[in-house]
Design a binder for this molecule. Structure first.
Ligand SMILES: Nc1ncnc2c1ncn2[C@@H]1O[C@H](COP(=O)(O)OP(=O)(O)OP(=O)(O)O)[C@@H](O)[C@H]1O
Ligand SMILES: [Mg+2]
Length: 306
């Protein structure tokens, strides 16, 4: 395995507050690697350190074999799409591409070719003189991605690229991510959409600045204990209350999932024999990344390891 990123106890403090707390991980080259965690868990701060935009307080990060203190060379090999700011809304599509091409040091025929290619890539060849502010969220994010890959980086950092993007455009955006990964580019992407984690080769669960665990989505699912059931019917609120009060149930956890309940039992459970579930529909389900994440947070399992 060729390693794209290797961190050791990577830590960032802002004053007395620890935003990223001793993260150690390895990211194989060519993979799609997801950072998954709630707001404020330290995803963006970690990405910024891996891009060389923010110096770690302690610990180390090697990106494409380079220690981050040597900054400049990495910037040539890396593309970064920031969460908060990536395009100037009051510039045209073409002007934004020009700007990034300049930042990445492209010039001459190569610059013109790449700008044309990225106009095609983002589906904006006939809108290059449109103001960026007039683009829809999904199209804007595709243009921002086009800007981030103008210089053909080997590693791409995408910080919440699908924030504010509708589900259809999100799926399309993920197809683009796959095709980049298919070309051998390592893609590191943050999200708090749990379903997007399913698209990644590996996922790191980040919580409170710590790496709770990292694994492939399928291995994560196998690490879930017991049997998970989804219960639907009227007044699941009362049912949840009743279920939680009972001490005879071999229950590991019980949560709402929309209006339905998710019950995690130690092993298979025969609902037909339990009067409390009369009138409810129960169905054994495969845990989603959200179920797995919730489980990891609750059990505090494997903290800092992985
Ligand atoms: N420059 C800074 N100064 C002080 N605190 C900061 C700074 N940048 C981030 N933080 C804090 O560090 C924590 C982690 O922030 P970060 O932006 O990395 O989280 P995140 O996981 O990307 O969240 P989100 O999902 O909202 O984007 C937050 O509590 C944030 O307020
Ligand atoms: Mg963030």
């Amino acid at each position: 395995m060729i390693t794209a990123v290797e961190t050791t106890s990577l830590t960032k403090k802002f004053g007395g507050f620890t935003a990223v707390d001793g993260i150690t991980l390895t990211i194989p080259e060519g993979s799609v690697y997801g950072f998954l965690g709630p707001n404020g868990s330290g995803k963006s701060t970690t990405i910024k350190m891996l891009c060389g935009l923010l110096a770690p307080t302690s610990g180390r990060a090697l990106v494409l074999g380079m220690d981050l203190s040597s900054g400049r060379k990495l910037r040539e090999g890396a593309g970064y799409m920031s969460q908060k700011f990536s395009l100037y809304p009051d510039l045209t599509v073409a002007e934004n591409l020009e700007l990034y091409a300049g930042l990445y040091g492209l010039s001459g025929a190569n610059k013109r070719t790449r700008i044309d290619e990225m106009l095609e890539f983002s589906g904006l060849a006939d809108r290059k003189r449109s103001l960026t502010a007039t683009l829809s969220g999904g199209v804007r994010q595709k243009l921002a991605l086009g800007c981030a890959i103008l210089h053909r980086p080997r590693i791409l950092f995408l910080d919440e690229p699908t924030g504010g993007v509708d589900p259809k455009s999100r799926r399309e955006f993920w197809r683009v991510i796959y095709s980049l990964s298919g070309d051998g580019i390592t893609v590191i992407v943050t999200t708090h959409f749990m379903d997007e984690a399913e698209h990644c080769d590996r996922v790191a669960f980040i919580y409170g600045g710590k790496l709770l665990a990292n694994d492939s989505p399928s291995s994560f699912r196998k690490r879930m204990p017991g049997c998970l059931y989804e219960i639907s019917g009227r007044d699941t609120m009362t049912l949840l209350g009743n279920v939680k009060r009972r001490s005879d149930l071999p229950l590991i956890d019980a949560n709402f999932f929309g209006a339905k309940l998710r019950l995690l039992f130690v092993s298979e459970y025969d609902f037909a024999k339990d009067r409390a579930f009369d009138g409810y529909e129960s169905k054994k389900i495969t845990p989603s990344m959200e179920d797995v994440f919730v489980r990891f947070v609750k059990s505090g399992a494997e903290e800092g390891r992985a």
